[in-house]
Design a binder for this molecule. Structure first.
Ligand code: MLT
Length: 272
């Protein structure tokens, strides 16, 4: 399926029947990274995955990428998929950065949030500069630049060669423009720490025990700021915890979804 956003197609997949569950991918991957979650959850939910502009099968956007442009793209996908009711969103790393913006812009569309391997703080000056250097190199030399630099950081040392190859092929499917655009969008993203206090809905924070990009300490700090949130640390997982330990990740997601539904059933005056 695809929806046209500002004159360019954005590819998405809507599968299954039930309450909507929307997955936002990490940088520089694509919607395929959620395959282990969709395989299990599609039986009970309407799952939505997509390739943000410039990643996977979606061509780069015409406009400059930003957290705002990604958030509006997701709103356009949901409209096209006929998702009118509030949905549960799962965002990993950059997917989490985008979720903060999505919540600020479209709070009425959010029923619950799962913030995996992400952080609310903005980039430091040093990391902004590093992102700009990488963006320029990728535009010149292609996605292999980020595949080489990021692969060792995305997975724990114990990850299989097969998983490494899968992640590498997702990175190589991204366009240089998409990667550079996302690097600049992430560098420009605002501080989302003030937003944490506004989450008046159930939030699950997930960390990877061996995540060096967004360490468990960041997840703990974030969970501490979100009233009533729960935190799950996935053992034996690096940054891409959903791919490295899919059973543990899915179990955490299931527990959260079951609790959310139970809480809604027990709150008769709250709209579901
Ligand atoms: C991601 O996994 O989305 C990125 O590592 C996030 C980042 O570079 O800050």
């Amino acid at each position: 399926m695809q929806v046209e956003v500002n004159g360019r197609p954005v590819v998405y997949h809507a599968e299954g029947i039930g309450e909507p569950l929307v997955f936002i991918h990490a940088f520089p991957l694509n919607g395929e990274m959620w395959r282990p979650q969709i395989a299990e959850l599609v039986e009970d939910y309407k799952t939505i995955t997509f390739d943000l502009p410039g990643f996977g099968d979606s061509p780069p956007a015409k406009e400059t990428s930003s957290m705002e442009s990604y958030a509006s793209t997701i709103a356009a996908i949901l409209d096209d998929a006929n998702v009118r009711q509030p949905a549960v969103f799962v965002g990993l790393s950059m997917g989490g950065y985008i979720l903060f913006e999505f919540f600020r812009r479209f709070p009425e569309r959010v029923r619950g949030l799962v913030l995996a391997n992400t952080r609310a703080q903005p980039d430091t000056e040093e990391s902004k500069q590093e992102r700009e250097r990488t963006a320029r190199r990728v535009l010149q030399d292609g996605p292999g630049v980020v595949a080489e630099s990021m692969l060792p950081k995305l997975l724990s040392p114990e990850a299989s060669d097969d998983l490494r190859a899968q992640v590498r092929s997702m990175i190589m499917a991204a366009s240089p423009e998409g990667i550079a655009g996302a690097l600049r969008a992430m560098a420009d993203r605002p501080d989302s720490q003030p937003t944490l206090a506004d989450f008046n809905l159930p939030v699950l924070v997930i960390a990877g025990e061996q995540d060096g990009i967004t360490p468990p300490a960041d997840a703990e700090a974030m969970a501490d700021e979100i009233a009533g949130s729960s935190l799950e640390v996935i053992e034996g997982a690096g940054h891409l915890s959903n791919l490295e330990q899919p059973h543990a990740f899915n179990a955490a997601l299931r527990r959260y979804l079951d609790d959310l539904e139970e809480d809604e059933r027990n709150a008769p005056n709250q709209p579901i």
